[in-house]
Structure formats: structure tokens, C-alpha cells
Design a protein around this ligand. Structure first.
Ligand code: F6P
Length: 537
């Protein structure tokens, strides 16, 4: 690695801080066109950022000096870039639509297995959707309950909501993730045992929340249907762990496998997408994968200055490491994308929330941003005040679709008008003089002035379709990957979630034991004692 590479960020900052966004637009009437890109059905307008050509050139040099090109190739060709877990990172193989593609891991082409699982999923979803997969009492399946958490939940939930217009409405989908018994209990109240299919989605098949819920659901089903054999008709598993699946009581025939080279938060296009395929059917699911693939190809081949994920990643680095922006806001102006910000949170924060670099040293730069967001226009009436006039710099991605699936009067025009207007207001603000010209009394001028110069990206597609959703997810995956490469951190492990899991086991035994160990800190011991007293132990 070129250790001086961060000097390029300094160069970018020098260029970036010379002019405001307003001044940049004033000096170049072609700016909007020049700072826009197209890829895989998405249009990105990044002209409302604090960058000119010079700044972008310096940022591209930062990417080049980070050996990004070589790192991209390593990922796509199955090199073990997840070093701390000694694994390849091949979610791109899951959506590789080239029938002749070969992708090797440890000298073995993984593509035949990828295609075989897709066929298995397709055949199964045909049976369920056509009512040919019968439950234990001979009834067709109507309710589908995905039990999983993290990457085995957030992607399926997000995509099922996003592609509702393509879904078979007869089937009713539920997603149980939380170990809070309320989540499962309320779901079980809404379904009928003899018409319910439980999908146990867990890469490891050991996750406490998922296995507790899956076991409870199994007990419920067996009790309701009065026979252990019912499990075979009402439970399937999505996992890498064949033995654990069999031990749970699900036959290998009802297991949809994936592999250790698929990270949990990148697993939606693997067997983990079964609930989505059941909803939208295998053909629409193929379109979804094709969208991913298009963006993958763009990322792998486009020059960095025209490469959408790379450009978005570089802008993110500029704001986090140049301007000290701590958070990043995702604002989809499409109700179908309501869970997209939550999905992005895991993708970005579990990937790049690291403080050790690849050499094992403390990082010297700000790593993953705090990712957050809500659908527009709702957010406008809640937290946008802070984005417009607060003291934090919060770069935002606005995401919109030109055509709605639900034309009602002029609602969609209003929605999009709000999106465009927000980016305009954030970039250009309102000066004190503008306020005065409007007759704002002098004592109110400071309060009604908008500084502007607040950066935004706008992403537009024609309509939210399976392929545009796939491409959108891949766009952000590759943005996160690019940032990880530049920051010189490992983006595909997640050791930080382990400690809490281990401690929870010890606390659980203290909550339930005859006598608690008292081995925790004073605060935790006190909380345990209070809980035990409240529940009568
Ligand atoms: O605890 C974090 C995590 O390991 C995530 O990375 C993962 O998506 C989630 O738990 C669920 O894991 P699994 O699919 O193995 O149940």
C-alpha cells in the first residue's frame, strides 16, 4: 500500500473547500450533466456535492493508490480476502448470470452448485405458489414465516416489502427475528398451523435468537397438528450447516444450502432469498439477480471516475475523513423502500465498523459512518430540521423512482417534488439577503437563514422493479467494499458482535440459576438481582 495515499485526500480537501456548491453551479452551467452517471438502470446526480473536477481527480487517485482495481479482481475471482476467517467473499458469484462463468474457490468451480441451489429454490417455490406443496393435513400453504435475524432477516424483509407489486397476494409473509417472545407469539396468532411454512434462515444454525424461535415454532406446530412427522411438511432450512439442520429435525431434502464464502449481510441473493422467491416467483427472482449482476459488471469494468459505487464511496470518504461527518443518511422517497435504510445499516456498519487495520494496527482514519434514514417525506417532518440547520454535516442519499406502481391523483408528483426540493434547499440554502427581500423582520433573519452547501446524492430509477432493486443493493455493497479497501480494513468479518453474545450466555445462567454467581460488575449484578426479584426467583 502507498502510505502517502492520504495526501490525495488533502489535495481533494484543498480543491473542495475553495467554493460552495452554489458557487460551483454558478461557474459551470454544464455541472449537473458533468457530475452525473448512469449504471444498471440507475441515474446518479452527484453534482450537489462539494467537489469540482480537481477534487474528484484527487479522490480517484486515492482509490488507485489503494490498489482498488486489484482488490476488486481478488473479490470477484474468489481469493480469500476475508483473511481473519480465512474465507473467499463471493456474493457476486450468486448472481453471476453468465452461463459459461467459472469461479473457483480452492481450485473448485462454485458455479454448478450455485445454479443447482437456484433450481432447487425455483422448483420448491413453484410447488408452493401453485398450491402443490401440501401441509401435513393436505392443505395448501398460505402463511410463510421466515425465522432469522441480521443478514438472515433484514434483506428478506426489505426486499419482500420493496417488491410487493410483484408478489403473489394469496401468500402471507411474516418475519420473526427478535428473541422477544412477543414477536413469535403475535405471528403465531395470525397464522394457521396446517397452512404454515416455517423457513428457518440461519447461516450458522446456532444463532440464539433464531434457534430459540425455531424450536418454539416447532413445538407449537407439533402440538397443534399432533404429530412430530408434521415438521417435514412445514419446516425448511436455509443454511450452510447441514449437520445442525439435520439435528434440528429438518431433512436434507428440505435444506437449501449456501456456503461459507457468502457473508450473512451479503446473503440475500443466496438461498436466504427463498422467502422473496416464494413471493415474486422464480422469473422475477431471476430479474432481481440480473440487476445485481449488471451493477457487478459496471463496478468491475467502469473507470473509477465513471464508476457509480466508487464515486459514491469516494464522496463518503471525503465527508467522513475530510469534513469530519460522522453520519450518513439514506432517504428513499418510495414507501416500498421503507426498510432499505435498516438493511443498509447492517451492510455498512457491520462491514466497516472496525478500528483495526489489515496489519493489526489501530486505524488512523474514521471508518464506517453511522448509517441511518427513513423514507421521505416522513423524515421531513421529523429530523430534516437538523440536516438543514443543525451543526452536524450530514451527507444524504436521496433515492427516488420516476414512475409509481400506485397512481393516485397527483400524489407521486408531490412526492418527487419534495425530493427534488429538499436537495435544492440543502445545496443552495437561503441567504440573509433573500430573507430580507422577502420582508422577513430583521430579528428573525438569523433564524430563517439557511446556510446551504449541504451535500446530497440523488439516485433515480424509472420504476422500482426486481432488477432495479438488485442493482441498488449491489451499488451499496460495492460502495461499502470500496471504502473498506481505501480504509485498509477487513470488511467481511464481524468479531465485534461476539463479546455480547458470550456474555449473554453467562447472564442467562445467572437469571435462571438457583443462586446467581455474583461474578459480574456491581451494576450488572444489581440489574440481575432486580430482575430475579421481579419474576419471583
Ligand atoms: O451477530 C451477527 C451475525 O453473525 C450477522 O453477521 C448475521 O447476519 C446474523 O448474526 C445472523 O447469523 P446466522 O445467519 O448465522 O443466524
Amino acid at each position: 500500500m502507498n502510505t502517502d495515499k492520504w495526501a490525495y485526500l488533502d489535495d481533494a480537501m484543498v480543491a473542495s473547500s475553495k467554493k460552495t456548491i452554489k458557487e460551483l453551479f454558478a461557474e459551470d452551467p454544464e455541472r449537473a450533466k458533468k457530475f452525473s452517471l448512469n449504471a444498471a438502470g440507475w441515474f446518479l446526480d452527484y453534482s450537489k456535492n462539494r467537489v469540482d473536477r480537481k477534487a474528484m481527480k484527487a479522490l480517484v487517485k486515492l482509490a488507485e493508490a489503494s490498489n482498488l482495481k486489484a482488490e476488486i479482481e481478488k473479490m470477484f475471482t474468489g481469493k480469500k480476502i476475508n483473511v481473519t476467517e480465512d474465507r473467499a467473499v463471493l456474493h457476486t458469484a450468486l448472481r453471476n448470470c453468465d452461463p459459461k462463468a467459472r469461479v473457483n474457490v480452492d481450485g473448485k468451480n462454485v458455479m454448478p452448485a450455485v445454479r443447482a441451489v437456484l433450481r432447487q429454490m425455483g422448483d420448491f417455490s413453484d410447488l408452493v405458489r401453485q398450491g402443490k406443496w401440501k401441509g401435513f393435513t393436505g392443505k395448501r400453504i398460505k402463511y410463510i414465516v421466515n425465522i432469522g435475524i441480521g443478514g438472515s432477516d433484514l434483506g428478506p424483509v426489505m426486499a419482500n416489502i420493496a417488491l410487493t407489486p410483484y408478489a403473489k397476494r394469496y401468500l402471507k409473509f411474516f418475519f420473526v427475528s427478535n428473541v422477544d417472545s412477543t414477536h413469535l407469539a403475535e405471528t403465531l396468532k395470525a397464522v394457521k398451523a396446517d397452512q404454515t411454512l416455517f423457513i428457518v434462515a440461519s447461516k450458522t444454525f446456532t444463532t440464539q435468537e433464531t434457534m430459540s424461535n425455531a424450536n418454539a415454532a416447532k413445538d407449537w406446530l407439533v402440538k397443534k397438528l399432533g404429530d412430530k412427522k408434521a415438521v417435514a411438511k412445514h419446516f425448511v432450512a436455509l443454511s450452510t450447516a447441514a449437520k445442525e439442520v439435520t439435528d434440528f429435525g429438518i431433512s436434507p431434502a428440505n435444506m437449501f444450502p449456501f456456503w461459507d464464502w457468502v457473508g450473512g449481510r451479503y446473503s440475500l441473493p443466496s438461498a436466504i432469498g427463498l422467502s422473496l422467491m416464494l413471493a415474486i416467483g422464480r422469473n422475477n427472482y431471476a430479474r432481481f439477480l440480473r440487476g445485481y449482476w449488471k451493477m457487478d459488471q459496471h463496478f468491475r469494468t467502469a473507470k473509477f471516475e465513471r464508476n457509480m459505487p466508487v464515486v459514491m464511496a469516494l464522496l463518503g470518504i471525503l465527508y467522513s475523513n475530510g469534513y469530519g461527518a460522522e453520519t450518513y443518511c439514506c432517504l428513499p422517497y418510495d414507501q416500498y423502500l421503507s426498510r432499505f435504510p435498516a438493511y443498509l445499516q447492517q451492510m455498512d456498519m457491520e462491514s466497516n465498523g472496525k478500528s483495526t487495520d489489515k496489519d493489526g494496527n489501530p486505524v488512523e482514519h474514521v471508518t464506517g459512518p453511522i448509517e441511518w434514514g427513513e423514507p421521505g417525506t416522513n423524515g421531513q417532518h421529523s429530523f430534516y430540521q437538523l440536516i438543514h440547520q443543525g451543526t452536524h454535516l450530514i451527507p444524504c442519499d436521496f433515492i427516488g423512482c420516476c414512475k409509481t406502481h400506485n397512481e393516485i391523483g397527483d400524489l407521486h408528483d408531490k412526492l418527487m417534488a419534495n425530493l427534488f426540493a429538499q436537495t435544492e434547499a440543502l445545496a443552495f440554502g437561503k441567504t440573509a439577503d433573500d430573507c430580507r427581500k422577502e420582508g422577513v423582520p430583521e430579528n428573525l433573519v438569523p433564524f430563517k437563514t439557511f446556510e446551504g452547501n449541504r451535500p446530497t446524492n440523488t439516485l433515480l430509477c424509472d420504476q422500482l422493479k426486481p432488477e432495479t432493486l438488485g442493482a441498488l443493493i449491489a451499488l451499496y455493497e460495492h460502495k461499502v467494499f470500496t471504502q473498506g479497501v481505501i480504509l485498509n480494513i477487513y470488511s467481511f468479518d464481524q468479531w465485534g458482535v461476539q463479546l455480547g453474545k458470550v456474555l449473554a450466555k453467562g447472564v442467562l445462567s445467572d437469571l435462571t440459576a438457583k443462586k446467581p454467581s455474583g461474578k459480574h460488575d456491581a451494576s450488572t449484578n444489581q440489574l440481575i438481582a432486580r430482575y430475579r426479584k421481579a419474576v419471583g426467583r
